[in-house]
Design a protein around this ligand. Structure first.
Ligand SMILES: Nc1ncnc2c1ncn2[C@@H]1O[C@H](COP(=O)(O)O)[C@@H](O)[C@H]1OP(=O)(O)O
Ligand SMILES: [Mg+2]
Ligand SMILES: [Mg+2]
Ligand SMILES: [Mg+2]
Length: 310
């Protein structure tokens, strides 16, 4: 692909195109019905869709951006088999390519970028048939900070001229905003979104103290941030260490481009450099705006913050 657009914009445009291809792989594995489930740890699974979608994304991006550090969730022994040629995507989304790059990102070089790939976020939900919770996440960080990201929903349905179209891709770019859908205003009352498959007593304690009118339990970090952007919830709380950098990089980039904020439950930003530890040890706290975010940070009791920081 040749384009005169600055690197971050080109990489985002390529990520939009490849996320959509990876989403098709996720659907194809499910339609075939051979999920090839591997248990990586407690409540921690990987399927053929996770493995194949990651190979598609990493091979496509590293072919075009060889010096970018790409870190995927499903790293393991490289598969011997060759990649199908139609898994290597070199297209780049035209709308994204035409975006104005923020001035501070103009001269970013490949060596300055770390891309965090979650080829399938919401694997538990995928294996249990909650397919609309599944997303493909590609987060682009520069100097530790998520500056751009893609959240693709393989199972989002749209009707166009009587025909069903599967999949939708939402992107965010610092200072530019979000695309692929129109964000909705937050709900009138306090609605919290949280995990449906990785709860524990600390997670529940953090929910109790929020004094929310409703709790929406859905899978995946990507889908929960979409709940915020779609006006279905206003705060996302997960007081546990299960999420990793690939779960939050793209969601944080998209949410912050829309005016929201994602941190740990102490209110501190995570860093996304390649040498950072993978687990988000001190949990996740995200909100549609700064005001609701600080409300939530203040509500979390100190002993809960201490318990996660240990
Ligand atoms: N205990 C855990 N072990 C492994 N992954 C976890 C754990 N908790 C959360 N995650 C990851 O964070 C995402 C959001 O968590 P939750 O849905 O529980 O709120 C999960 O979909 C999963 O990502 P993935 O599905 O990509 O492995
Ligand atoms: Mg996983
Ligand atoms: Mg994930
Ligand atoms: Mg995953």
């Amino acid at each position: 692909m040749s384009s005169s657009a600055p690197l971050v914009v080109r990489l985002l445009a390529s990520s939009v195109s490849v996320a959509s291809r990876a989403g098709k792989i996720v659907r194809d594995v499910m339609s075939k019905g051979e999920l090839g489930i591997v248990e990586k740890g407690k409540d921690d699974y990987q399927t053929e869709a996770d493995r194949s979608a990651q190979r598609c994304i990493v091979a496509s991006l590293s072919a075009q951006y060889p010096k970018v550090n790409i870190i995927g969730e499903e790293d393991g022994p490289e598969s011997e088999s060759e990649l199908p040629s139609d898994w290597i995507i070199s297209e780049a989304d035209k709308e994204v390519l035409s975006l104005e790059c923020p001035v501070n990102l103009h001269s970013v070089k490949e060596e300055d970028i770390v891309v965090w790939v979650d080829p399938l976020d919401g694997t538990s939900e995928y294996t249990q048939g909650f397919l609309e919770h599944v997303t493909v996440l590609i987060g682009i960080s520069v100097n530790d900070k998520p500056v751009a990201g893609v959240i693709h929903q393989p199972y989002y349905k749209t009707m166009l001229d009587g025909e069903k179209i599967m999949g939708r891709t939402i992107w965010g770019l610092q200072e530019v905003g979000v695309g692929g859908f129109t964000p909705a205003p937050p709900p009138a009352s306090l609605i919290i979104t949280t995990t449906r498959s990785h709860s524990n007593p600390l997670v529940e304690k953090a929910l109790q103290v929020m004094n929310a009118g409703q709790i929406v339990r859905v899978g995946g970090a990507g889908f929960k941030v979409l709940q915020l952007l779609e006006g279905k919830a206003s705060i996302y709380v997960f007081a546990s260490s299960g999420c990793k950098k690939w779960d939050t990089c793209a969601p944080e980039a998209v949410l912050s481009a829309a005016g929201g904020k994602l941190t740990d439950i102490l209110g501190n930003y995570y860093k996304y450099g390649g040498a950072e530890s993978r687990p988000n040890k001190t949990g996740v706290l995200a909100a549609v705006n700064d005001e609701l975010h600080s409300y939530a940070v203040k509500r979390i009791p100190q002993e809960l913050k201490d318990a996660l920081s240990k």
